[in-house]
Design a protein around this ligand. Sequence first.
Ligand SMILES: Cc1ncc(COP(=O)(O)O)c(C=O)c1O
Length: 390
Amino acid sequence: MSRFDALPISPFTRLNKLLEGVAPGASPIHMHLGEPQHAVPAFVGEILAKHTAEFGRYPPIIGPDHLRKAIAAWLNRRYDLNAAIDPERHILPLVGTREGLFSAAFVTVPEEKRGQKPVVLIPNPFYQCYAAAALSAGAEPVYVNATRETNFLPDFASLPRDLLARTAVVYMCSPSNPEGAAADEAAWQRLFELADEFDFTIFADECYSEIYTGTPPVGALNVRRRANKDFARLLAFHSLSKRSNLPGMRSGFVAGDAAVLARFREFRNVAGPQLPLPIAAVSTAAWSDEAHVHENRALYTAKFELAKNKLGNRFGFRLPDGGFFLWLDVGDGVEATTKLWREGGVRVLPGFYLARDTAEGNPGKSFIRVALVNDFATTNEALDRIARIL
Ligand SMILES: Cc1ncc(COP(=O)(O)O)c(C=O)c1O
């Protein structure tokens, strides 16, 4: 048996198969993919044009100074870090967070932990890249259910101590995809206490941190800094894909533990992708501007208000703390997905495809994930269809 036999099949491949040969009952509306459809910020084209000649140079793995400084300034502002982030030691640019969430496991998962196969803890349901990373790094992925009873976040502290002792990495997505649940300060604190006791690294996937409806979600870096000035055992991942509507530009970063990042930097120097310099120039502008982020957030807030009005007392509706998904309890997610497509042309994703079976069942089974990424009018039409059909 190869270590890759248990690699996840993409939820979208499974969805295509499910709906193959099923004709949509109305003009299709795509809500299955978390791909922001709001406008690309106006400054992007101009900056790219100005920096085109830099496509003729190999970029440094650490990115240009201006990018790391802009990221450090954004983090220090956003999370009130009092200049704790050092652009030289605490930041590495990424070509989108996905590649970093994947490859950081190679420098944090040892061959063995306490003489046994190392474990990577993964929330269930989850962004599928986490499982690919754990398996590729030679670890045993262990899926920790996030359910209504646990406020839709995994309760890692409830795990047996011998399992925690074997744990090398914990993925924590906040606000979470798909449920939109954000960890509060106490939840992060508990996780850091576990990390210190059992010596594992936390991968805080915070790529939805800027899409929120109420108060800004607490950041892992902020909570960690109070106990540990050097962000030990924390890597926090951030992206321009959702914050700035630039999913196709592929730009993000990882910030945190200086010692781990030094190893990761060396690894990336021989094996990692570099961010093209013109993209780095656009990224610097994007991290330095909040006006377009405010506008973007307001568009999502209006759509969540709309969804609350139309679905409010059905499907266990909750306004998410963050992110742009509705996580609706529809009884049988696969059946509802087929029905919505067949009768209404609305394409959503069954929660079942985002979660793994566990001894307690598949925590995504009764849910669908609905991405509110389209414009207001399209979202309005889609929500009407969902309310009518389900
Ligand atoms: C939870 C989560 N993490 C990471 C990513 C990757 O984002 P990107 O590589 O575009 O930064 C996504 C994208 O959909 C996501 O949903």
